[in-house]
Design a protein. Structure first.
Length: 115
């Protein structure tokens, strides 16, 4: 990934983020095993801050709207618990990242419904 955003709400393979040079990834880590599956050579892993929480919620809402995903809907229904199981992954040295326009549009469209 070089400059966009991805939300992963299912399992990941090993070596996640190898070669990631831009963008932001949000990963749901139901079992607490994600850090051992992530290649941290070029990226940092952090828990969500309030802006990230809004981003993830907006992406989940949009995913439910488009797909009817019961898993995404369940994460939203249990948000107070599930939010603590998400990671933010981004390339090292890019702590200040401009949010992609597509994500800004999704946030604008959905955040009113989330609050």
């Amino acid at each position: 990934m070089t400059g966009d955003v991805v939300l992963v709400i299912g399992p990941t393979g090993r070596n996640f983020a190898a070669g990631m040079t831009g963008g932001i990834a949000y990963v749901y880590d139901e079992n607490g095993a994600f850090p051992s599956r992530c290649n941290t050579e070029m990226v940092t892993l952090t828990m969500l801050d309030p802006v990230d929480e809004d981003n993830v919620r907006a992406l989940l809402v949009r995913h439910v709207e488009l797909t009817g995903s019961p898993h995404a809907a369940s994460l939203l229904e249990r948000w107070e618990v599930s939010r603590g199981a998400f990671w933010r992954i981004q390339p090292r040295g890019m702590e200040t990242v401009r949010l992609p326009k597509a994500l800004l549009r999704v946030r604008e469209r959905t955040l009113g419904a989330c609050r």
